[in-house]
Design a protein around this ligand. Structure first.
Ligand code: KG4
Ligand code: ZN
Length: 353
């Protein structure tokens, strides 16, 4: 143990008893460079996000080298912005938190290195956070009264999980995708409609003006009762669009977008509701980038109302990647006495369960 490690261990014990704990968190797992200050895991004091989307849109997807370079260039500025917005100095920060996986290794390393440097310089504890756990914790920031146990559907660009949140930081997997993530499927479907990266949000908007019954799409089969599958749906959609192009058949883009969105959302809602019925779920939360989807939010609300389930939706600005959600997750880990040494490394394929 180094002197820093010993100091951290002692400081964590003090913080567990402290009334007001303010954590500065850094997020750099993909294409957003973000820093935020969060108090007691529930209150956002600041939330600075620099999105690299325009830098990657040109290439139709995230270019890892460009992402890493931009994180290195922007991370310090985001930390300064987060402190300024919170009206705090670096010395007033109680602990530093960082996403250490899953994500792009080079991108993750930028945040991990910055957080390690700050923690060492200020001799404050360092808390490693799983990005997916961060997405779930966005709900603690939006709904102050939400406490485990509850069920959470995490749908993002890289993940689609249905989880039981048994306690803070304690999860049981109910179902997950066997192939593509929901966000990935949205982005690929958008691409064949010539919608720029990331296609999900724009496809969602376009779908609002289309007919969801215009293009019939298959219902995928899955291994587990609560598992998802989006790859077959995506391929069927891409093939249908290409077939129409070859035959000179035209269909409104809005109708195609609406049909695809309805198929993805239909599957997410049906599987979640099947679990709700069979497992007796009473509290459900959505999380991740795709939880911003308009139809998913509306359909889930309708179905939950019908079954007397309380639905928790993260605020729209907290659905996508941000550091406030990392600061929230870090607080609950810290309260359990969890922290990292300076040997912390990025783990691109880190799992939650
Ligand atoms: O959580 P997130 O920001 O990053 C990951 O951790 O992956 O999720 C990004 C994903 C992208 O695939 C994006 O297209 C999708 O979320 N997304 C949406 C919407 N907003 C973001 N998909 C469908 N409808 C939306 N409104
Ligand atoms: Zn994310």
């Amino acid at each position: 143990m180094t002197r820093y490690d010993e100091l951290s261990a002692a400081r964590v014990e003090e913080l567990k008893k402290q009334e007001r704990v303010r954590i500065l968190a850094i997020e750099s797992s993909c294409d957003e460079t973000a820093a935020a200050v969060v108090e007691n895991g529930r209150v956002i004091l600041s939330n600075a996000v620099f999105t690299q989307i325009p830098m990657h849109a040109l290439y139709g997807g995230v270019v890892p080298e460009i992402a890493s370079r931009a994180h290195v260039e922007k991370v310090e500025r985001m930390v300064d912005e987060a402190l300024k917005e919170a009206g705090m100095t670096m010395d007033e920060v109680d602990a530093f938190a960082v996403t250490y996986g899953p994500g792009l290794v080079g991108a993750l390393l930028c945040g991990v290195t910055a957080a390690k440097a700050l923690a060492f310089a200020k001799q404050k504890p360092l808390i490693p956070v799983n990005h997916i756990e961060g997405h779930i914790c966005a709900n603690f920031l939006t709904s102050p009264g939400l406490e485990p146990p509850f069920t959470c559907l995490v749908v993002s660009g890289g993940h689609s999980h249905l989880l039981q949140v048994e306690d803070y930081g304690q999860y049981r997997l109910l179902g997950c995708t066997g192939d593509d993530a929901a966000g990935e499927a949205f982005d690929k479907a958008a691409r064949v409609l010539d919608i720029p990266y990331p296609g999900g949000p724009l496809l969602d908007k376009l779908a609002d003006t289309g007919n969801p019954a215009a293009l019939p799409l298959p219902r995928p089969k899955t291994d587990g009762r609560y598992d998802f599958s989006f790859s077959g749906l995506k391929t069927a959609f891409i093939n249908a669009v290409h077939n129409m192009e070859q035959k000179g058949v035209t269909m409104e883009k809005a109708d195609l977008a609406a049909s695809f969105r309805a198929a993805v959302v239909g599957q997410l809602v049906d599987k979640t509701m099947l679990a709700a019925k069979e497992l007796g779920i009473s509290k459900l939360a959505l999380a991740g980038g795709v939880s911003a989807n308009g139809l998913l939010r509306r359909e889930m609300q309708k179905n939950c109302d019908k079954r007397g389930i309380t639905l928790y939706l993260p605020q729209l600005k907290l659905c996508g990647d941000n550091a406030a959600m990392i600061g929230s997750a870090a607080y609950f880990r810290l309260m359990k006495g969890e922290y990292a040494f300076l040997s912390l490394n990025a783990d691109p394929s880190l799992r939650l369960v």
